[in-house]
Design a protein around this ligand. Sequence first.
Ligand SMILES: [Mg+2]
Length: 359
Amino acid sequence: MTPLNDKKLFLLDLDGTLYLDRTPLPATLPFLRQIRERGGRYLFLTNNSSRSVDAYVDKLSAMGIPSSKEDFLTSTDALIAHLQSRPPYRLCYAFGTESFQEQLAQSGIPVTDRLEDGVDCLLAGFDTELTFQKLEDACILLNRGVDFIATNPDWVCPTWYGSVPDCGSVCEMLYRATGRKPQVIGKPQPEMALLAMKKWGFSKEDTLLVGDRLYTDIACGVNAGIDTAFVLSGEGTRDDLPDSEVQPTWIFDDVGALATALETGEALPPKEFLREENRNTGQTLRALKYFALTLLSLAGLMACSMVTVWLLAAAFQVSFAGGIWMTGVRVGFVAWLVLFLSFGLRQIWKKQKDNSDTV
Ligand SMILES: [Mg+2]
């Protein structure tokens, strides 16, 4: 594990890490600025293969986050790198959006969106333009035994109204129909992180992957052998940690907390983070207990005073201005106040004595 403030390349997940749907998180811009000012480099890593990089640049720009095409690495990029590193296919059926098909074609991958002779590979992406015709074509090809590669295993993609089926769900549907499972390229496989380090010339020790999902983002970092930061600003929660096989190197509430840790160098691994959380919860419970005891002591003293005043009034035939019960309440409150102040002053005196003894 390399110290956090020695990191130079930051591989950043997008939704849930830097923004939620179309709203940037408050700490996003200062965090990105801080990385640049430290001489570091960041790269946005996304499993979403339905959009082109140009569309992402526009999306981030609309949120006030400046970026250029070079700042992105998508699962389509990783798929292209994978296809270029192996013996070429004759013809690939591109099961995805028009943008997905264009990116593949522009990179020299022979693609089609029709059921043609000679297709020897099915490439599946997150298809927001899915039709039943495409599903039928995919089933025919898979039953013929062509290779099957998918960009990402995500079950769902978050939207402003909830979630929609992502590439993983559609591949599961094809698996139920044909019994064929794809080779997956995007996160949690290490390809994207390895490609990013190769592209920008950074070592594993220099690199930190930041994300809000344990089973894709953090798993990708773990599989690539790099340190990871799990942020709690998106899908993942602290409750995911105890049962997860995948554990991050560090954990933060959001990128704002990560930015602070980059300055101070103080970062907590999951176990210590959870212990700290438990300690804070314990402090809150203790405060609630003392508050309840205070109220109880007040009520007790008032009750005792009211009974005492009533007994005195009965025994000595004394009458009190304002009535017996109100006099009891007043006496009880004054007695409680005197005791409360005495106890408080005693505690302060004791603490000061302890401090002077320690010195
Ligand atoms: Mg995310």
